[in-house]
Ligand binder design. Structure first.
Ligand code: SF4
Length: 694
């Protein structure tokens, strides 16, 4: 309950919703939060905000908040409330018992992109140093892991190249698989500002997004591609650029590895990549693809922004590399107004990846199978580290079902709702001997848990988040944690109970440790964050105040690597039985699984997920606007209300995933990105039929 009245003091902190990372003044009256006011000094948002950051904070004091630890022996038993010591002792003892019975590799931990850098760092440290394996992963696995892989392979750094303000110098903006006005609204407004100033817009998306309706975008090009054909599209764009002689040969000669470039050029010149050859597959006329390619390559500064519509595919990593190829071929890297820019979904996706939450990489993307890297961490941590990469989240589920993986510590992710193929996930969770859930609410995953450790919201903790432009922002404690502990303290206590000592008095000490072990963070400290307001990594001796635009002079790998990006169609194809393709996304007023936005009273204007269906597809099935429909896939079935919409082409349907009962992930498949196992949420073959009246 938010008490209204005049604020008495304020604290500057960072929004915990999307990857824009807006700064806010949390205005307080005593210990009550009165309002969140966007802060003019915020370097990511310059005083702007969206409806979520400004108004959707009531969940922090919602009656559903978990405030007391709970334990139980079996998931069919009722919960027993206990104090922190008993809960942590129970969790640690049971973890050690599982390891004694099933071996060191039978346990693991998942951390969240909602938590701070310091908290995610501690979870992976606990798994590696206290539990003795690399079975640690982050929910970035299911969103932007292909970005990490694809940009590292091509540009040598697993991060976007530009600051947000760079878009104000772009002449042509290519948006692929992203809906910035709904999912990243403050950046979406900045993008619109540039469009009003005259920049040209290309949108490659199966759905007609609101950005296309921006004022002064009359000449925008919309490529309503068929879901699953991103790689075919970026190859076709590249084919046009090369055959039209629009490559930046000076840039390529100076900045790109010659052998890789030649191999890529030979590959892309093959006529099978021509728009005319691919138009039927992509679902867009060849002349529109040609028009878009020529515009991007010749308009001056060409900037690419992309989202989950790129990454959440079986070829997500290939598309990311194909996008990097486009920027490299046209010299659109290394200066303001250009670049390759992933729009990260959650507030700290970038940070959770930076902090070593992957099973094959320690903090700073340093490979765990490199003995020299491991040696540095072993000295600092006083522990022997496992050289073998651990299990990714989907493989943890598989291993649990096969009986090889028995216990899991999950901090801040509702895997039962947010991961694909719910039946498979639930079967895995049910088979665990121990599931420890650390969260602010009793979420869907908690149904399968044995230990509940109450989490703290962003208002109750100190730390840092890193936004989509690599900007490290301070998160400052506004109110006392309802359950008495910040999340980093809970992880620290669990580690100590496991017998691996951790001692920190403040998250700034954790950041000091991160800085000492992570080359791109060596210059980062809380003192410097106070002085500068925020820091965009890399921040080190070479760039003591950080770096808004990367790759100006050279790439971390010397020369960039252009990669051959063969289009391999997803196995998830339409058939007579499943003739429509379902794709998914978000709406402005809700956020991911809706745990926070659904519990905020002032967020009332959407109360269900609906299925958008083209009137033609609806008519052939006898589906009226507003009618409940059954959506059947090869994986499962759910029911939603239909909404007639011409935003998609016939043959494609669309829904959001903000309400648990909607069951969007009951129907998504097990397909995943070949390189990273990021799930293919964006392509599901379905049939839609009118639901029989109750
Ligand atoms: Fe928060 Fe993103 Fe909205 Fe900014 S744009 S207020 S970071 S949800």
């Amino acid at each position: 309950v938010i008490e209204q009245g005049q604020p008495e003091h304020s604290v500057i902190t960072t929004c915990a919703y999307c990857g824009v990372g807006c700064s806010f003044k949390a205005e307080m009256k005593g210990d009550q939060l009165v309002r969140m006011t966007p802060w003019k000094g915020g370097q990511a948002n310059h005083g702007h905000s969206c409806v979520k950051g400004r108004f959707a904070f009531g969940y922090a004091t919602h009656k559903d908040r978990l405030t007391t630890p709970m334990i139980r022996d079996h998931i069919d038993q009722p919960w027993r409330e206990v104090n922190w010591d008993e809960a942590i002792g129970f969790a640690a003892r049971r973890l050690r018992e599982v390891q004694a019975r099933h071996g060191r590799h039978s346990v693991g931990g998942i951390t969240s992109s909602r938590c701070t850098n310091e908290e995610t760092y501690l979870v992976q440290k606990l798994v590696r140093a206290a539990l003795g394996n690399n079975n640690t992963d982050t929910c970035a696995r299911v969103c932007h892991s292909p970005t990490g892989y694809g940009l590292k392979m091509t540009l040598g750094e697993s991060a976007g190249t530009q600051d947000f303000d760079s878009v104000l110098k772009a002449d042509c903006i290519l948006v692929i698989g992203a809906n910035p006005t709904d999912a990243h609204p403050v950046f979406g407004s900045l993008l619109r500002k540039r469009l009003r100033q005259g920049a040209r817009l290309i949108v490659a998306d199966p759905r007609y997004i609101d950005l296309l309706d921006s004022p002064h975008t009359g000449a925008a090009i919309h490529l309503p591609i068929r879901p699953g054909t991103n790689v075919a599209l970026v190859n076709a764009l590249a084919h046009v650029i090369v055959t039209a002689g629009l490559e930046d040969h000076d840039f390529i000669a100076g900045r790109c590895a010659p052998e890789e470039y030649q191999a890529w050029r030979e590959f892309i010149l093959d006529p099978r990549h021509a728009p005319e050859a691919m138009a039927d597959i992509i679902g867009v006329p060849a002349r529109r693809i040609r028009e878009a390619a020529l515009l991007y390559a010749s308009a001056g500064n060409g900037a690419i922004y992309y989202g989950l519509g790129v990454t959440e595919h079986s070829q997500g990593s290939t598309t990311v590399m194909g996008i990097a190829n486009l920027a490299l071929a046209t010299g659109n890297i290394g200066r303001p107004g250009v670049g390759v820019n992933p729009l990260r979904g959650q507030n700290n996706v970038q940070g959770s990846c930076d902090m070593g939450s992957f099973p094959h990489e320690l903090p700073g993307y340093q490979p765990v199978n490199d003995a020299a890297v491991r040696g540095r961490f072993e000295s600092a941590w006083g522990a022997t580290l496992d050289p073998e990469p651990g299990l990714r989240i989907p493989r943890m589920f598989d291993a649990a079902i096969e009986g090889r993986f028995k216990a899991m510590y999950v901090q801040g992710e509702d895997i039962a709702q947010s991961d694909p193929n719910t039946q498979h996930v639930e079967a895995a969770l049910r088979s665990l001997e121990l599931l420890i859930v650390q969260d602010i609410f009793l979420n869907e995953t908690a149904k399968f848990a044995h230990v509940i450790l109450p989490g703290a919201t962003f208002l109750e903790k100190n730390g840092t988040f890193t936004n989509a432009e690599r900007r490290i922002n301070r998160v400052r404690k506004v109110m006392t944690p309802l359950a008495g502990k910040e999340d980093w303290q809970v992880t620290m206590d669990l580690s100590n109970a496991l017998g691996y000592p951790m001692h920190y008095d403040h998250p700034s000490e954790i950041m000091d440790e991160i800085a000492a072990l992570t080359p791109s963070f060596t210059g980062v400290s809380y003192d410097k964050l106070e002085r500068l307001g925020s820091i965009q990594w890399p921040c080190n001796a070479e760039h003591p105040e950080g770096m808004p635009v990367m790759h100006e002079e050279q790439f971390p790998i010397g020369q960039a690597r252009m990669v051959v990006t063969e289009f391999i169609p997803t196995t998830e194809q339409v058939s007579e039985r499943y003739p429509l393709l379902l794709t998914t996304g978000r709406i402005l007023s809700h956020y991911n699984v809706g745990a926070q936005t659904r519990r905020t009273d002032n967020n009332v204007w959407h109360d269900e997920d609906v299925l958008e269906i083209h009137p033609h597809d609806a008519a052939t099935r006898g589906i009226a606007d507003g009618q409940p429909v059954s959506i059947d896939s090869r994986t499962g079935r759910t029911v939603l209300r239909a909404q007639h919409s011409t935003r998609m082409q016939p043959g494609v349907v669309y829904t959001t995933f903000h309400f648990p009962h909607s069951g969007a992930n009951v129907i998504t498949t097990d397909n995943s990105d070949w390189a990273t196992n990021c799930p293919e949420y964006k392509v599901t073959a379905v049939q839609v039929t009118p639901e029989a009246p109750q």
